[in-house]
Design a protein. Sequence first.
Length: 425
Amino acid sequence: MANYQLQRGTYDAYYEDALNIEKIVSILKRISKSYGYAPIHTPMYEQTALFARSAGETSDIVTKEMFNFLDKSGRDICLRPELTAGVMRAIVTNKLYATKDLPLKLSYYGSAFRYERPQAGRYRQFNQFGIENVGATSYLNDAETIIFGYNSLRILGFPHIILKINSIGDEESRNAYRTALKEFFQNKIENMCPDCKRRFETNPLRILDCKVKEDQEIIKGAPKMSDYLNEQSKEYLNNILKVLDEQGVEYEIDDTLVRGLDYYSHVVFEYHFITENGTSLGAVGAGGHYDNLLREVGGPQLSSVGLAFGVERLNLLLKEINPEEYAKVELDAYLICLGKENLDKVFSLCTTLRNNGFNVDMSFENKSMGASFKIATRKNAKFALIIGENEIANNIVKLKDLNTQEQCDVSLENLVEVLDEKLVD
Ligand code: AMP
């Protein structure tokens, strides 16, 4: 017998878990709409070169984590490691920058793929919900994006949020900082991890991202980005922080936050959460400002800002924080048909109720009353509707509240109205 295994780093979600993921996404879609974002759908795979170019040749994503392969015609294809690059490509392909008002305000949802070492909240296929502001001319675009993320997390049910913000400045500031970092690590890099050695050569800013304990001790003494920001970069950051203060958004400045992708400039940020039991899954969402990405993929230079949430991480944490708020797979009513000969009639009633917007189900098998009640309870039905010979003859149903066990007769004519009233209670 074949025994097909779930692939490493992937997961199956079903019932409550799948329902909750859908609930999270629908809440995020609704909130993004209220901020004026329009959805964009792009393919799950693109040319590998697009990601190499956009994420940066030296990023972990490109050097270690790409899910790429040659297709049957020999094209180098990559399952997207994130959605921003594909969105930029789509903006160029469809010339959205010329045909729609700027800033383009786009929201997306879909799977991303990274060949990472799986662990809690880290998968090889995962889902991101994100937004992009393309053609952003004001620090208010950055503030709006950060506030969107913060408020979304509050609405989803996070009681508090750790929002970490840093500025990696404009190009001039970053170049000055890179030089300072090189000087600092020059005589220390020998004793650091192989990844840091590589980063020292390719992009010393990334060393700050290192998770190796011994390296972190060394990193603590490194120069701070904030000391290398030029006046313009400082002013840009301060303008954003002022808006956040005014809106009551709490944040902390984290000097070590540089983010894994090459394309950021100015402000970068991450949202974290730690549960009462100490569960922390890393960032639940992250984003930043980027100036050159659209140009890198063949479009005009347009300043932009965006963020992405990891939907699985949101789901895992919300399950722990608010188990009672977790969506249940349930029914408004379960129809119980007594007598095989009445199945067609009860099915017809079932359809009518569905057409009126109720969530109802029934069995097409001739089951005993006791067995049917058990199914209704397992399916979390709020009501049972019992229909037998007598009910059909009198154009009624027996309606039983499965919580209180109260039962009454309701005429078919009034059923929709009565159910509506009872479900509101
Ligand atoms: P990034 O594009 O790396 O900034 O990721 C944005 C968000 O996606 C992160 O804050 C995480 O919540 C989520 N995320 C990133 N990588 C993974 C992964 N391998 N598995 C699950 N979620 C992830």
